[in-house]
Design a protein around this ligand. Sequence first.
Ligand SMILES: [Zn+2]
Length: 79
Amino acid sequence: MTSMAESRYKECRHCGNRVHPRTRQCPFCGEVIGAGWFSLVGTAMLVLVVLGLLTYAACNRTPSPSPGRATAASILLPE
Ligand SMILES: [Zn+2]
Protein backbone atom coordinates (compact mmCIF):
# COMPACT_ATOMS: atom_id res chain seq x y z
CA MET A 1 0.00 0.00 0.00
CA THR A 2 1.16 3.50 -0.74
CA SER A 3 0.24 6.35 1.55
CA MET A 4 -0.22 9.96 0.44
CA ALA A 5 3.18 10.88 1.77
CA GLU A 6 4.85 8.09 -0.14
CA SER A 7 3.06 8.96 -3.37
CA ARG A 8 4.65 12.39 -3.27
CA TYR A 9 8.06 10.83 -3.59
CA LYS A 10 9.50 10.81 -7.05
CA GLU A 11 10.67 7.65 -8.69
CA CYS A 12 14.18 7.69 -10.00
CA ARG A 13 14.19 7.09 -13.73
CA HIS A 14 17.56 5.40 -13.51
CA CYS A 15 17.30 2.93 -10.62
CA GLY A 16 13.58 3.11 -9.76
CA ASN A 17 14.12 3.97 -6.09
CA ARG A 18 11.82 6.51 -4.46
CA VAL A 19 13.56 9.81 -3.88
CA HIS A 20 12.42 12.76 -1.80
CA PRO A 21 10.96 15.52 -4.03
CA ARG A 22 13.27 18.06 -2.45
CA THR A 23 16.27 15.97 -3.41
CA ARG A 24 17.78 17.03 -6.68
CA GLN A 25 20.03 14.01 -7.00
CA CYS A 26 19.24 10.35 -6.43
CA PRO A 27 21.15 9.13 -3.34
CA PHE A 28 21.21 5.62 -4.76
CA CYS A 29 22.62 6.06 -8.25
CA GLY A 30 23.41 9.78 -8.48
CA GLU A 31 20.87 10.48 -11.21
CA VAL A 32 19.73 14.11 -11.28
CA ILE A 33 16.03 14.27 -10.32
CA GLY A 34 13.51 16.72 -11.73
CA ALA A 35 15.95 18.39 -14.10
CA GLY A 36 14.74 16.59 -17.21
CA TRP A 37 12.47 19.30 -18.50
CA PHE A 38 14.92 22.01 -17.44
CA SER A 39 17.81 20.51 -19.35
CA LEU A 40 15.47 19.93 -22.29
CA VAL A 41 14.39 23.58 -22.35
CA GLY A 42 17.99 24.68 -21.84
CA THR A 43 19.15 22.58 -24.76
CA ALA A 44 16.30 23.87 -26.94
CA MET A 45 17.14 27.47 -26.07
CA LEU A 46 20.82 26.83 -26.75
CA VAL A 47 19.96 25.39 -30.17
CA LEU A 48 17.71 28.38 -30.89
CA VAL A 49 20.47 30.82 -29.90
CA VAL A 50 23.03 29.00 -32.06
CA LEU A 51 20.61 28.89 -34.99
CA GLY A 52 19.88 32.60 -34.53
CA LEU A 53 23.57 33.44 -34.48
CA LEU A 54 24.17 31.34 -37.59
CA THR A 55 21.26 33.02 -39.39
CA TYR A 56 22.52 36.43 -38.27
CA ALA A 57 26.02 35.66 -39.51
CA ALA A 58 24.70 34.28 -42.80
CA CYS A 59 22.50 37.34 -43.38
CA ASN A 60 25.41 39.65 -42.64
CA ARG A 61 27.80 37.77 -44.90
CA THR A 62 25.59 37.20 -47.93
CA PRO A 63 24.86 40.78 -49.13
CA SER A 64 28.48 41.94 -49.15
CA PRO A 65 30.44 40.72 -52.20
CA SER A 66 33.69 39.00 -51.37
CA PRO A 67 36.53 41.50 -51.72
CA GLY A 68 38.98 38.72 -52.53
CA ARG A 69 37.31 37.86 -55.82
CA ALA A 70 37.03 41.51 -56.81
CA THR A 71 40.73 42.01 -56.18
CA ALA A 72 41.60 38.89 -58.15
CA ALA A 73 39.41 40.03 -61.04
CA SER A 74 41.01 43.44 -61.07
CA ILE A 75 44.43 41.83 -61.09
CA LEU A 76 43.47 39.54 -64.00
CA LEU A 77 42.09 42.46 -65.99
CA PRO A 78 44.52 43.62 -68.68
CA GLU A 79 45.53 47.25 -68.54
ZN1 LIG B 1 18.49 6.45 -8.84
